[in-house]
Design a protein around this ligand. Structure first.
Ligand code: LLP
Length: 413
């Protein structure tokens, strides 16, 4: 559990705020984030680069709430976006477009035009066809555009298959064997300035060895490209550092990791970029929910809560573990149960066969480490309004997104 969340006697606090007060005032389910925890993580990255020229481009997909984007923007972050919608959000949050990189394997012509007109820093390109499209749109707009090629370094990130991206069989990046040819093509396109190299091998990496292997391959590639006359100015190493979802897991040390990265690229006049998402917001967020029923079947016991897979899909989609703890500890021991939501699917669960506190209808629970890929992956399935989001700032808190209403559900229909 992140130190921003802790018990005082038997009351769970977030930076001094009683989470039960937020739950009682805003209702449940409700996401709560710690401003301090988010900024501490961002600054850990930023500081670790020391004198090295760098950009920390927060991966907006992890949590795109405007309140968090504003916070990170004020702290000096750049942004890694993957859609026109994310570009709209970061601009609304006041971001400097010169610190925005655009990743993703399927950018549309409309998104490319929007990004060029906004003056973003770099397109991380994933295919020769994408380069042609960007060049033609840039020509029509009379602009020149910086591009980086996203390279697939063919390393095994050793994470869940859905969030591993750096193997040859994946849809992401350009194969190492083709990279030099594609750079030559980029150089020949009149509107493109190929000055970057990027990669991203996967997410929720608890072991940094695969990342180190990828960095070695990428630095060697930069040297080769420069020798070939491609004037590479920056190397973007993507995101991926994991967080602790279970009490046994240990998140990699950010300062140590960045220190190694900087050492590997040393002696070159090269700007380093990274795109962390989860490791900045993951442990800073929790999902509050309330127990509706306890239900015993001949097979097992269920704790039915008011949060469901539409609010937090990670357990259903990736079999991921999130600790679930009560906002008020009681002395009544533990139970073994599945924690399930109201959605009409057997795949709707937050935890399975979990040893947990002996909780009762009306009790509030915190689903921990839900700040990344939580609200952003929420849906209205079963016509459930999406939860409120709250930001705790020191001893105070404010709503940074109100709970959706029933009218919100049918808007546009
Ligand atoms: N850069 C690129 C190009 C990415 O594809 C991603 C994540 C990131 C950066 C940020 O990675 P992070 O630092 O957050 O690991 N929904 C999944 C995670 C999907 C990650 C997709 N790409 C989950 O809930 O685990």
């Amino acid at each position: 559990m992140h130190p921003s969340f802790h018990y005082q006697q038997d009351t769970l606090l977030c930076d001094g705020v009683d989470l039960a007060d937020i739950a009682a005032s805003q209702g449940t389910p409700c996401y709560v984030y710690s401003k301090k925890a988010i900024l501490d993580q961002f600054h850990a990255y930023d500081r670790a680069f020391g004198e090295q020229r760098h950009k920390v481009c927060y991966a907006v997909k992890a949590n795109s709430n405007l309140g968090l984007l504003r916070l990170l923007n004020e702290a000096g972050a750049g942004f890694d976006i993957v859609s026109g919608g994310e570009l709209f959000r970061v601009l609304k949050a006041g971001a400097d477009p010169a610190k925005v990189v655009f990743s993703g394997v399927g950018k549309t012509a409309a998104e490319v035009e929007y990004a060029i007109n906004s003056g973003i820093h770099t397109f991380n390109c994933e295919s020769a066809a994408e380069l042609e499209l960007i060049d033609s749109i840039a020509a029509r707009l009379g602009k020149k555009v910086r591009v980086a090629l996203r390279v697939n370094p063919d390393v095994d990130a050793a994470t869940h298959p859905y969030i591993s991206t750096g193997l040859r069989e994946h849809k992401f990046g350009i194969d190492m064997s083709e990279v030099e040819r594609v750079y030559a093509r980029a150089k020949s396109l009149p509107r493109l300035i190929p000055e970057g190299v990027s990669c991203h091998i996967g997410s929720q990496l608890l072991d940094t060895k695969p990342m180190m292997e990828a960095i070695d391959k990428m630095v060697a590639l930069v040297d080769r490209l420069r020798a070939d006359g491609v004037p590479i100015k920056h190397l973007d190493l993507g995101g991926g550092l994991g967080v602790a979802y279970t009490p046994e897991q240990v998140a990699p040390d950010i300062a140590g990791f960045i220190g190694q990265m900087v050492a590997k690229a040393a002696g070159r006049d090269l700007e380093l970029m990274i795109e962390p998402g989860r490791s900045i917001v993951g442990e800073a967020g929790t999902l509050l929910t309330r127990v509706l029923y306890r239900k015993m079947t001949p097979q097992k016991e269920f704790v039915v809560v008011d949060a469901a897979m539409n609010d937090l899909i990670r357990p259903s989609l990736y079999q991921s573990h999130h600790e679930i703890i009560p906002l008020r500890r009681n002395p009544l021991g533990t139970i073994m149960a599945d924690v399930v939501g109201p959605v009409c699917e057997s795949g709707d669960f937050l935890a399975r066969d979990r040893k947990m506190a002996n909780v009762f209808p009306g009790d509030y629970l915190a689903v921990l480490t839900a700040g990344a890929y939580g609200f952003v992956q929420a849906s209205n399935y079963n016509s459930r309004p999406r939860p409120a989001e709250v930001l705790v700032d020191g001893g105070a808190w404010s709503v940074i997104r109100r709970r959706e209403t029933l009218e919100d559900l049918v808007r546009g229909e």
